[in-house]
Design a protein around this ligand. Structure first.
Ligand code: ZN
Length: 146
């Protein structure tokens, strides 16, 4: 019995230091994300982006998504995406500069998407943002991979 308890303790300690493979963001009707930076582990096989829109406004007026690019690609991708429209989630279809993105959602909705963790490199320079027109100037943050 003593040995079993010790093993359980090790398991709990292991979970406490587990890799972080989830990016969990909330957007609101004030055009804000709840975090200015998020961190994931470079060792993640799969990374999940979760987005919750905590506001009440409809998608056409206050839609939010989460897109990830390298920081140098962020502004050109956001500017090109404005032309793509809501059905394309305000991102140019099949844009290779987009590492991952969720769909655009409205108030009260939530969404998630998973992508290959190998697309992110430790120490890389990444930005997450909402590609809805006009939002990306404010709704953006740093994605840290360590
Ligand atoms: Zn937005």
């Amino acid at each position: 019995m003593r040995k079993l308890a010790f093993t359980s303790l090790l398991l709990v300690a292991g979970f406490a230091h587990a890799e972080n493979c989830v990016i969990d963001l909330k957007g609101d009707d004030a055009m804000k994300f709840d975090q200015a930076s998020v961190t994931v582990s470079a060792s993640c096989k799969t990374i999940e982006i979760k987005l919750t829109h905590t506001g009440k406004m409809p998608v056409a007026a206050m839609g939010h998504n989460v897109a990830i690019t390298t920081t140098p690609d962020f502004m050109p991708v956001a500017q090109d995406g404005m032309k793509a429209g809501l059905p394309a989630d305000y991102l140019t279809p099949a844009d290779a500069r987009v590492i991952a993105h969720t769909k655009v959602i409205g108030g009260g909705e939530s969404t998630s998407v998973s992508f290959d963790g190998n697309k992110l490199k430790a120490g890389g320079d990444y930005t997450f943002f909402c590609s809805f027109p006009g939002h990306w100037a404010i709704m953006k943050g740093t994605l840290i991979v360590e």
